[in-house]
Design a binder for this molecule. Structure first.
Ligand code: SAM
Length: 245
């Protein structure tokens, strides 16, 4: 499955360069091979390769259909910069679990720091990871990945629910706010949820204040304290289970 950034202009497609490289050079697709492309209108087009000549390949549409595999809510996962390659892990697994957007921020207790000169390169890499995971999990959209130098700059356009997973709430034994939130979502229309998670060192009191001032509610996610990369995945899995099953 491949993603196109523009709708199909006709029932025929000349494979764009990256798609050509992957389909013809890497996968060695032959004439007659079928594959799918997803357009920005979330339509899935079944294509058949009909010509490969002079470094150009042409496919024609055999049929198209809609099959909504997206979560019924828009979920944005906002994480304090985690250590090592954990951002890769969060983006890959979070994409499989249905997140729409990821934002990483320099948090007070982040051990990891991103060299400002390398932010663009890191985001390109993470976007590629999101694309690979979206293709493999048959998503209809590729999640976006952003970086924030300062949590105070966070904006939450059209948010309907904003939470921050806070270990201090969990330590109080308070998980009912989160379970109530998931239960209440069922009855609402298209939700736009923003959820913040701390890095390995947790979230500082100052950050909680910034978030509460922006309308975020601090919630516990149950009695066990999870690793920084586990908490957002648990959140998405709980959301998905609560809303769809
Ligand atoms: N150092 C912190 C401590 O010992 O309490 C743990 C931080 S935890 C590894 C990283 C982040 O995951 C937290 O800031 C929080 O956002 C989230 N998290 C992990 N377990 C959680 C839970 N049970 N409830 C709420 N948030 C949790």
């Amino acid at each position: 499955r491949y993603f196109l950034t523009t709708p199909l202009a006709a029932a025929e497609l000349i494979l764009p360069v990256e798609m050509y490289k992957h389909a013809i050079t890497v996968l060695r697709m032959k004439i007659g091979t079928t594959f799918e492309v997803v357009t920005p209108d979330e339509v899935i087009h079944c294509m058949k390769l009909v010509a490969i000549k002079n470094k150009q390949a042409i496919a024609v549409e055999v049929k198209n259909y809609k099959n909504n595999v997206e979560l019924p809510v828009d979920a944005t996962i906002i994480c304090g910069l985690p250590k090592g390659d954990k951002a890769d892990f969060i983006v890959q697994k979070g994409t499989e679990l249905g997140a729409k957007h990821f934002i990483f921020f320099e948090s007070d207790y982040s051990i990891a720091k991103w060299d400002k000169k390398k932010v663009a390169k890191k985001l390109t890499r993470l976007s590629k990871i999101a694309q690979g995971a979206a293709e493999q999990s048959h998503r209809l959209v590729i999640p976006t990945v952003e970086y924030l130098e300062d949590l105070a700059q966070l904006i939450v356009p059209n948010a309907t629910t904003c939470i921050t997973a806070y270990e201090e709430e969990a330590k109080k034994g308070e998980a009912s706010k989160f379970s109530k939130l998931v239960t209440n979502l069922k009855s609402k229309d298209k939700e736009n949820i923003f959820a913040v998670f701390g890095p390995e060192g947790g979230i500082s009191k100052q950050e909680i204040k910034i978030l509460v001032d922006k309308g975020f509610i601090a919630v516990g996610l149950g009695p066990r304290i999870m690793r920084a990369e586990t908490a957002p995945l648990y959140f998405l899995a709980a959301l998905s289970f609560g809303l769809e099953l």
